[in-house]
Structure formats: C-alpha cells, structure tokens
Design a binder for this molecule. Structure first.
Ligand SMILES: Nc1nc2c(ncn2[C@@H]2O[C@H](COP(=O)(O)OP(=O)(O)O)[C@@H](O)[C@H]2O)c(=O)[nH]1
Ligand SMILES: [Mg+2]
Length: 334
C-alpha cells in the first residue's frame, strides 16, 4: 500500500464546525426536557458531545499522517522538497494543540454550566470559544489538506533492492526493462515530471527486485534543470538502488557519444550510488567499444543481457554488505 494512502481529506474549520455542532444538536433533539435537572444535563452533554467530535476528528487527522522521522529517506526527501517537513510538523502540532485545548474548554464549561442559573447562554459561550479555537487553526488544516493531495501522488516505490535505469532517450532503456521484467511496467507519477517513472519487478532466487525506468528524469543533463527538479531527481539517491547507465555508441538514438558521456559524468557526480555502464545495440554495424563501458549488450539479439543482470545483482549484494557494516550516508547529494 502506498505510504500516504491512508491520509484522508482534511476538513476546513468551517466543515468541522458545521459537522460537530450539527451532530451534537441532533444527539439532543429526541430528548424531552421536563425538569431543571434534565435541562442542565442536556446542555452539558451537548457540549461534551460536540467537544468529543472535535477532538476525535482532530486526533485522527494527526494520527493518519505518517511520523516523518520514521519515513524512508526517499519519501522524507520528497516530502521536504514538495511541502516542507517543518511546515507539516508545525501544522500537525497546532491541530494537536487545538484538540487538547477544546477538551480543556469543554471540561471547564461543564463546571460553569453546573454553577449557572440558566445553562443555555453558558453552553453557547463554550461553543463560541471552541469555534474560535478551530478557526485559529484553519490555515494549518488547509496546509495539511494541500500536503495530503501532493503526497498521495508520490510514486509507490517499494522498499526493495532497486535497479535504476538511466541514459539518453532511445538508447534502449525500456527494451531492457521489459526484457528482464517480462510484463509491461507500471507507470507511477513522479514530482516535476510529466512522464512519471516506470516500475517493473522480477525475482531471482526468491528475492524480488524492482526496476525503475526514468524517462524525463535521468535522460538529459542536470544542468538543464532547476534546483527543485534536481532535488526531486536526487531523492532517488536514497533508494536502496544501483544505477545502470546505458550508452548507445551507434548513435542511432540520435545523441552523440560525447553528449552521452557528459550525462554519464553528471549522474556519477550527483549520485553516490554504484553504477554499471553498459553499451547497447552491439548488433549494429556502427557500434564500437568504449573505454567508459563495462559491458556490451544487444537488446535486439539478447546478447550479454543475462551477464548484465548478474552483475547488477552482484552490485546490489556488495552494496548491502557494505551498508550493513557502516552507517548509511544521509548527507544531501547536492
Ligand atoms: N538494433 C538495435 N535496436 C535497439 C536495441 N535496443 C533497442 N533498440 C531500438 O531502439 C529504439 C529505442 O528503444 P527504447 O527501449 O524505447 O529506448 P529508451 O528510449 O531508452 O527507453 C527502439 O526502436 C528499439 O527497438 C538493440 O540492441 N539493437
Ligand atoms: Mg523508454
């Protein structure tokens, strides 16, 4: 399940006020009030019912947001870029404060109702105070709802060993992904891209691996991107991933070798992830071997594909052994 899926729509102050006071009034409507005693009781319980509805709703809002410090680093980064973790924490704290404050006000007004001569004005005063507490957190409720809408669109990236495929358009990335995952990959939205990421899976020896094709993300120079885009891209850095960079030395992709090399260097500089550089289209007559390249393949003939997969799995294993022996690097890559 997507990590942010359980966050519901966050209501506005006005919606909350209408809902809670209406429900409290409805709870009272069937009751007949014969004597002074039951009239006081009715006002008391109307106040407590309304207050409970408020505190329950507010507590649920806070509870459904994930605890940000426990979020996988990948999602933490994206959340921070998209909405700001500090802003979110502050708004959640305000909602929590309001919930507690309303509880306090209700408690103290129950006492005031008991001490009063006529209960209704006292109860109405309590409602007024509760309403103004709720109104005071309206900007927080709006921010949380906006955050919710943004966070729900994050890609559902599993906490699985991942192969990220990079390289210029038309070099053969998608051919590789469909060759090793069989099925056509799922398309997941990704911030600041129109195409999203394509995610496929395959299993080896009972272990599930995730393959992520990144059209629009890792297929053109970083220097052409603004800072926000770069941050969104470098969040990939926080996945448990290795990168396969694909070059097309035949240049039938439409990009010159020199440009492809420059992109390779940029990605190497921006991602401190293990990287395998692979040249594709070995079947083509224009193909030539390159110093930068570790393995040559052809997605058309299938030549070398198994070796590439074996090498990538080896790299994942090496990375796993390495990261279990040292603290993960949590520094920002840019
Ligand atoms: N001759 C040849 N063509 C290939 C090879 N791999 C991919 N192609 C072709 O190159 C084009 C782009 O491939 P695609 O996988 O969509 O590249 P992507 O844009 O990097 O995902 C397609 O027409 C493929 O059929 C290969 O090994 N040999
Ligand atoms: Mg493609």
């Amino acid at each position: 399940m997507m990590i942010f899926e359980k966050i519901h729509t966050v209501p506005t102050s006005e919606e909350l006020i209408n809902k809670s006071f209406k429900r409290a009034a409805r709870a009272m409507s069937g009751k007949t009030i014969e004597d002074k005693e039951s009239r006081f009781k009715a006002n008391e319980s109307m106040l407590l019912t309304a207050a409970n509805i408020f505190t329950d709703n507010l507590a649920n809002i806070v509870r459904r947001f994930p605890s940000f410090d426990q979020l996988p680093k990948f999602y933490y980064e994206l959340t921070d870029i998209l909405v700001g973790v500090e802003n979110l924490k502050m708004s959640l704290a305000s909602v929590d404060w309001a919930s507690k404050k309303i509880h306090e006000v209700a408690r103290s007004y129950v006492g005031k109702i008991r001490d009063s001569d006529i209960p209704e004005p006292v109860r109405r005063e309590a409602f007024g105070r509760i309403a103004s507490i709720i109104k005071s957190i309206n900007k927080d409720l709006l921010l949380l709802n906006e955050a919710r809408n943004i966070l729900r669109k994050l890609p559902d990236v599993q906490d699985e060993p991942t192969i990220v495929v990079a390289g210029y358009p038309n070099v053969g990335k998608s051919s590789f992904v469909s060759k090793i995952t069989g099925a056509s990959p799922e398309i997941a939205p990704y911030p600041f891209t129109t195409k999203g990421v394509k995610i496929g899976h395959f299993s080896r020896d009972g272990v599930r691996y995730q393959v992520m094709d990144t059209p629009g993300l890792l297929d053109r120079p970083m220097s052409e991107r603004n800072i926000i885009e770069r941050q969104a891209i470098t969040a990939i850095h926080f996945l448990d991933a290795v990168v396969m960079f694909m070059i097309d030395p035949s240049e039938s992709c439409g990009y010159e070798i020199e440009d492809q090399k420059r992109l390779l260097v940029e990605i190497q500089e921006n991602f401190k992830l293990p990287m395998l550089v692979v040249a594709n289209k070995a079947d083509r007559p224009e193909f030539r071997k390159m110093d930068e390249v570790e393995m040559n393949v052809s997605m058309m003939t299938g030549e070398g594909v198994e070796d590439v997969v074996d090498r990538l799995l080896e790299m994942i294993e090496e990375k796993r052994l390495l990261s279990s022996s040292e603290e993960p690097d949590t520094g920002s890559p840019i």
